[in-house]
Design a protein around this ligand. Structure first.
Ligand code: PLP
Length: 402
């Protein structure tokens, strides 16, 4: 099926031409310009580490991609390390072992917000004993006072405190007060890692303005191909020990021949993501808000999580009382809408949302996530709203979760 059969929201893998893709936070459709850049880069023969002309041509592609990723987050190109995705970037940076220039530097403990994606929440190379959670409020915002208390109690003898807080949550879309977090971390001489995977292309991104030491990015969340990502550092001085050792590519930070084609696609997506964020997101927010209004009018008891605080423009995370999330997900799927029940487990099963738990909700009923994008159309919004009304009306009237 052609990718644009009903807007980029559908695409290959759809089960019929009339399906509606509303799972952009899981993966965004590949942008045409990213596809073109990827495909044309595949024809480059050389290895970017080779010194001959063929190698230099591919090296030029990789370095141009590095500049595009740096531009997306206001960083220096030299401080961008390419990885296979955000999960690898997280595992690379979440380590007790750092270097400050030539001097070893130790991070003693990792403090992660309770709503981090598992890529970060698992703690990378920190032991479980040296990983602590930072609480969030019922609105899904990090509790800065709790962080302050935790860092006050941090034992500096063990090394620096490292803090990981995401810029925007993948389930709720709730935006975190990173500048406030950064001020606290700075006051305690810590290292701040910010997972900007869901925020990239949806919020203006500047590593300096955020006060982060490291940002984590993923290509496939911004319309690039899967299997590419980056760890972006504030400068080149303080860097984590490498996770993947070998031939010394990426200045020794990440060995292995660079996936130049994927990086070319990632770069094209990053250029698109950096363009007119406000204008693009205003249009997306208008669609999301109109959907939420229709949802509320057909089911006034719907709970929209994080609605009262700053959220990504594209995300709607909701609970329909009486409807279990996994039942709801199947019902929407059968009606032709691809959405998500919290974050998908690798097994494809619906796990209980740790984000809902952290926000103090009973996670057993769960919540459904609609996440849209620029290619979503108002027609799709209307159809989704009608399907929502149908699913809501079929809920058991007992109030028991179906
Ligand atoms: N961080 C967040 C917030 C995410 O949403 C995801 C993907 O769902 C990841 C990290 C992992 O990204 P990747 O698939 O590039 O490893």
């Amino acid at each position: 099926m052609p990718i644009d059969a009903i807007g980029r929201g559908s695409g290959k893998g759809s089960m019929s031409g009339s399906r509606i893709y509303m799972d952009w936070n899981a993966t965004a459709p590949l942008l045409p310009e990213a596809r073109e850049a990827l495909v044309s880069a595949l024809d480059h023969l050389g290895n970017p580490s080779s010194v001959h002309g063929e190698g230099r041509a591919v090296r030029a592609l990789v370095e141009s991609a590095r500049r595009d990723i740096a531009a997306l987050c206001g960083a220096q190109a030299a401080a961008v390390v390419f990885t296979s995705g955000a999960t690898e970037a997280a595992n690379m940076v979440l380590t007790p072992e750092f270097r400050m220039g030539r001097t070893p530097l130790k991070a003693g403990k990792l403090y992660v917000s309770a709503i981090e994606h598992p890529a970060v929440r698992e703690g990378g190379r920190f032991s479980r004993d040296n990983t602590c959670e930072i609480a969030v409020t019922s609105a899904g915002i990090i509790d800065c006072a709790a962080l302050e208390t935790q860092l006050q109690a941090h034992d500096r003898e063990t090394g620096l405190p490292m803090v990981a807080v995401m810029l925007a949550n993948n389930e709720t879309g709730v935006v975190q007060p990173i500048a406030d977090v950064a001020a606290i971390v700075r006051a305690h001489g810590g290292i701040l890692v910010v997972d900007a995977v869901q925020a990239a292309g949806r919020l203006p991104l500047s590593i300096e303005a955020l006060g982060a030491d490291f940002l984590i990015l993923s290509s496939h969340k911004i319309g690039g191909p899967k299997g590419a990502g980056a760890l972006v550092a504030r400068g080149e001085i303080m860097m984590p020990s490498s996770l993947i050792r070998g031939g010394g590519q990426e200045k020794g930070h990440r060995s292995g021949t660079e996936n130049a084609a994927a990086l070319a696609g990632f770069a094209a997506a990053a250029r698109a993501a950096a363009r007119d964020i406000d204008g693009r997101m205003a249009a997306v927010a208008a669609m999301r808000d109109s959907l939420e209004m229709k949802m509320r009018s057909s089911a006034p008891d719907v709970i929209i999580h994080g609605q009262s605080v700053s959220r990504l423009a594209n995300t709607c995370f909701f609970t329909l009382p009486g409807l279990k999330a996994e039942t709801g997900q199947i019902a929407f799927d059968l009606e032709g809408v691809a959405l998500s029940a919290g974050s998908a487990c690798s097994s494809g099963k619906v796990g209980q949302s740790h984000v809902l738990t952290a926000m103090g909700y009973d996670p057993r009923q769960g919540a459904l996530r609609i996440s849209i994008g620029e290619a979503t159309t108002q027609v799709e919004i209307e159809r989704c709203a009608a399907i929502f009304a149908k699913v809501a009306a079929r809920r058991p009237s007992t109030g028991q979760a179906a």
